[in-house]
Design a protein around this ligand. Structure first.
Ligand code: F6P
Length: 373
């Protein structure tokens, strides 16, 4: 069903933002709304992913928000999302508590598509990462006209060179590393900085390389803590009595496991804590004072960079052009110098992890950065 088709004229579209927020969401919303209104289409936003429709009682002021020029005025530079978001309540695996108190999952997608049609909504622009776009793809297969917009600070979506939010996260992590570099050097400490990214190491790699980290640990390269400790000791021998270690939350030791903070019914596992493990081991192995900083959700908040603002505006406008051109079941994607459309199926079928032979890894290795392998 995906691709250009002869379709009925669009009069009304809905927008949803799902999964973790990312800087640039509001810029995408603004671009979609203005591009739609300029075509004479009506626009509504669904609150908190799809919960505005699936859990209407949770929204006394309405689960659908009419989106006008007024509602998207002055939001391009704002972090967060004016629609709200959630990484719970996936309609494909909706958690429901049975009478026995046990939780089980039901598929509410067909019901959701019916609700959307009942509101006279002709098409959906789904802004999200892998999880939200997999849902969008499923809704599309159930008969909904859908275009996706790739969002995630993790940059792990296939089919697009980059997702919006990533540049802001990397820029902030780099700035934090610069600040921490100064204090690590002053105290002659090992500083371990943990960043988000789930199962992909893009944020750690790009900000680690840009901020001249001495060690970068990413999920794609399982690490040996003894190799990292040796790097710290070697620096000490060379008169460099501090070490900057950048760790992706999904990094794991050779033959070891991911560090999971929490398993949640109906949602993805929460990662986090590997930085603490790495720091404790390094302190023991090297005898050096070690500190840990977890950047966490700081990477998701804040003002989008110029790059992310423009990319978000381009993605939002392209999503509306895609619908206008009769596209369906596709995601807008950056393929410099242009924005093109790729099938949602392709974008969601595999995760984009860091290729081991990519230029940034080769560059970092040439600069002497240790990956713990
Ligand atoms: O996918 C984006 C992301 O920020 C990941 O990097 C991180 O693991 C996850 O979301 C955290 O989500 P939350 O704390 O909102 O559940």
């Amino acid at each position: 069903m995906q691709g250009v088709m002869t379709m009925s004229k669009i009069k009304k579209i809905a927008i949803s933002t799902g999964g973790g927020d990312a800087p640039g969401l509001n810029a995408v919303i603004r671009a979609i709304v203005l591009s739609a209104l300029n075509r004479g289409w009506e626009c509504v936003g669904i609150r908190d992913g799809y919960n505005g429709l699936l859990e209407p009682e949770a929204f006394p002021q309405g689960g659908l928000i009419p989106l006008t020029r007024e509602s998207v005025r002055g939001i391009t530079h704002l972090g967060g999302t004016i629609l709200g978001t959630t990484n719970r309540g996936n309609p494909m695996h909706y958690p429901v508590q049975g009478e026995d108190g046990q939780w089980h999952e039901v598929d509410r997608c067909a019901e959701l598509v019916n609700m959307i049609h009942a509101h006279d909504i002709d098409a959906l622009v789904a802004i999200g990462g892998d999880g939200s776009l997999a849902i969008a793809h499923h809704l599309h297969r159930q008969g909904l006209r859908v275009v996706g917009v790739p969002k995630t600070i993790d940059n792990d979506l296939d089919g697009t060179v980059i997702t919006f939010g990533f540049d802001t996260a990397v820029s902030f992590a780099t700035e934090c590393m610069d600040r921490l570099h100064a204090t690590a050097e002053a105290h002659r400490r090992v500083m371990v900085v943990e960043v988000m990214g789930r199962y992909a190491g893009w944020i750690a790699l790009n900000s680690g390389a840009s901020s001249t980290a001495d060690v970068i640990l990413i999920p794609e390269i399982p690490y040996d803590i003894n190799v990292v400790a040796e790097k710290v000791i070697e620096r000490e021998r060379n008169g460099r009595s501090f070490t900057m270690v950048m760790v992706a939350e999904g990094a794991k030791p050779v033959g070891g496991e991911l560090t999971v903070q929490e398993h949640i019914v109906g949602a993805a596992e929460r990662l986090g804590g590997v930085g603490q493990k790495v720091a404790a081991a390094l302190e023991t192995l090297t005898g050096k004072q070690t500190r840990v900083v977890v950047l966490g959700h700081l990477l998701r908040g804040g003002t989008p960079t110029t790059f992310d603002r423009l990319l978000s505006l381009r993605f939002g406008a392209a999503a509306v052009r895609a619908l206008d051109e009769g596209q369906n079941g596709v995601m807008v994607a950056l393929d410099p110098p242009t924005v093109r459309y790729v099938p949602l199926e392709q974008a969601t079928s595999r995760m984009k992890v860091v290729p081991l032979n990519c230029d940034t890894i080769l560059t970092a290795r040439d600069l002497g950065i240790c990956f713990g392998d």
